[in-house]
Design a protein around this ligand. Structure first.
Ligand code: NDP
Length: 336
């Protein structure tokens, strides 16, 4: 039996190019004791994948050259030599961009009950790591209080669109930053942001002025998804005791040299804090976050968008949409 795999053949230098990857066909390896075979149906295309392609130290080892690119997938068990995993069962886990993955019981793959959701893709978006990043990042790291102002960059994206709505549901005023007039319009119309800012064509001074116009008293929570100019401008608009949640730095992921924040002094000026967020730290509490998100959806207070592209051969262009800003919701690849 053969499987198709989207493999890494060369470490990208800056922005990944198509030749850094290869779509290959290879035999499915035989299952060892405790292993099971997954027929992957959907994969989550996350900005974090970019970091795993580099040799640099990270919270995960680099994707080895010649190996399929690591990604969270949801699929169906096709064969099993592992207790607790039967053929036909749906599973969710950290696997790879390939038609079939071999996983091991006790690893990062667990059964999921897809009967509770309209689409299995929701486990890759609002009820998955993306949703949990928004939930725990905002509520546990940002600690927003009713009446406070929350600033979100990447606000029309998978994580950002949820952060804005959770903050609003908690009685906060929300300001979103996104790229281009269409996304900016969607911030208010679809995700309920009180103010929306277009980052395109703005340098630090212009972006800072736009934030100041939307929040003359400053912001209490910054949920940072983008870094670079967005973070520098946000730091110029902190209120006393502000919390900066460092969730992501997508504008810097393809930089050849480290970028670095330029206005850290403002943290001192405003007795503010900045804290990195790693969603897997909250793994034990995911059920609580899922219940919270599900309640907001039931109450009609949370909408979410998924952008599904079809076929492993679309893996490269679909992944790059994250960096071009042309994804409209959580970027998901339909594998089979
Ligand atoms: P999104 O759906 O938000 O897609 C990425 C968006 O980033 C693009 O649509 C674009 O939005 C924006 N963007 C890309 N490049 C730039 C740039 N150079 N300057 C400004 N904006 C840019 O992705 P996710 O919601 O999946 O991820 C958002 C962030 O959250 C990422 O930084 C990611 O790494 C981080 N993350 C962190 C986790 C953690 O545990 N810490 C877990 C999950 C995600 P626009 O068109 O509006 O510019």
């Amino acid at each position: 039996m053969k499987r198709r795999r989207f493999t890494l053949v060369r470490r990208p230098q800056g922005r990944p190019v198509e030749a850094d990857f290869a779509l290959v066909e290879a035999p499915v390896p035989p299952l060892g004791p405790g292993e099971f075979l997954i027929e992957n149906r959907y994969a989550s295309l996350d900005p974090a994948i970019r970091g795993w392609l580099d040799e640099a130290p990270s919270y995960m080892p680099p994707v080895p050259l010649g190996e399929a690119v690591r990604a969270t997938t949801i699929g169906v068990v096709a064969d099993s030599r592992a207790e607790g995993f039967q053929p036909g069962q749906w599973v969710l886990g950290l696997n790879a961009l390939e038609t079939h993955s071999v996983a091991r019981a006790g690893g990062f793959t667990a059964p999921v009950d897809i009967s509770v959701v309209p689409s299995p893709t929701h486990f890759l978006s609002v009820l998955g790591a993306v949703g949990m990043t928004a939930w725990f990042g905002l509520l546990e790291v940002g600690e927003p209080k009713p009446g406070e102002t929350v600033l979100v960059s990447g606000a029309a994206g998978a994580v950002g669109s949820l952060v804005g709505q959770i903050a609003r549901a908690r009685g906060c005023r929300t300001i979103g930053i996104a790229g281009g007039p269409q996304k900016v319009a969607r911030l208010g119309a679809r995700y309920g942001y009180d103010a929306a800012i277009d980052h395109r064509g703005k340098d630090e001074a212009a972006l800072s002025a736009a934030i100041r116009a939307a929040a003359p008293e400053g912001v209490d929570v910054v949920f940072e998804n983008v870094g670079g100019v967005c973070l520098d401008a946000a730091l110029l608009n902190l209120r006393h005791g502000a919390r900066v949640v460092l969730c992501g730095l997508i504008s810097e992921y393809n930089a050849v040299a480290p970028v670095g924040a330029r206005n850290l002094w403002q943290l001192i000026v405003h007795s503010a804090s900045i804290r990195g967020l790693l969603v897997r730290d909250w793994l034990d509490r995911f059920p609580e976050g899922v219940a919270g998100m599900a309640a907001l959806i039931r109450e009609g207070r949370l909408v979410f968008d998924e952008h599904v592209e079809e076929g492993l051969e679309r893996a490269y262009p679909a992944f790059m949409r994250l960096f071009d800003g042309t994804n409209e919701g959580k970027m998901i690849l339909k594998i089979s």
